[in-house]
Design a protein around this ligand. Sequence first.
Ligand SMILES: NC(=O)c1ccc[n+]([C@@H]2O[C@H](COP(=O)([O-])OP(=O)(O)OC[C@H]3O[C@@H](n4cnc5c(N)ncnc54)[C@H](OP(=O)(O)O)[C@@H]3O)[C@@H](O)[C@H]2O)c1
Length: 238
Amino acid sequence: MQKIAVITGGGTGLGQSLAKQLAEQNIIVYIIGRRTHKLLETQAFSPNHIIPITADISLPEERAKIKTKLNNIKIDYLIHNAATAFPIIPLEKISLEDFRHIIAINTEAPLFLTQCLLSQLKKHARILHISSDCAHYPLANWIPYCTSKSALFMIYQCLKKEFQHKDIYIGSIDPGMMDTPMQRAILDDLVIFPEKISLAELQKQNLLFSPDYSAKYCVNLLLNTTPEEFQTREYVVN
Ligand SMILES: NC(=O)c1ccc[n+]([C@@H]2O[C@H](COP(=O)([O-])OP(=O)(O)OC[C@H]3O[C@@H](n4cnc5c(N)ncnc54)[C@H](OP(=O)(O)O)[C@@H]3O)[C@@H](O)[C@H]2O)c1
């Protein structure tokens, strides 16, 4: 039977690489993002397999719209990849609005999109959270992002227990530092890296993975592991 995947943030970076690689495995991939033109760029890699859905996952009404668009479709793989790291700022400058914005995208959206689509998950479906080392290691100026990813990690751990008798499996993976639009924007920001570590320097030292490299690891975890292996721990791309 035709397998179905849903990926948030499929228009760029890791999400785009995941969509391409799953499509190569003959999986139908629904990709979600706010910018339609970016989703269409991803769709161009495999027009028969990749289907764009323009939506903002941080808004409840837009998540309901996603459910409507996916009506009657039974999902094998749900990948919570979309996130933002911005703003990266010290405590004195964090506004309540900014903090809630990051939490809404990185934490609330994966939780409530899973809830919204629960009845459409096939038996033995797999949900994958894209985590970050920021879930576990504190950084100055990164309170909103670190908090959002740390909370996402706890959601993964709680759902693992909650799904124990449901035939649904949940995994988590830290994709490593990747050369994506998010990482380029971080490296451009002089407040975050005052000593100006350049993208070129990181590339020279081989400290950045390509999103294709990290996606390959994620796809292998999704498609080629037993349920026990899939959810036993948070994996780290290396
Ligand atoms: N890059 C790294 O070094 C790194 C390291 C560790 C973890 N990660 C994690 O890896 C994942 C992928 O990141 P990336 O580096 O590939 O970043 P990216 O290129 O910036 O991709 C993020 C994607 O999320 C989408 N998105 C953001 N907010 C959204 C919203 N409200 N609704 C729908 N879509 C939204 C964006 O599309 P639109 O703007 O069009 O909506 C974009 O396509 C993230 O979870 C990130 O935290 C990245």
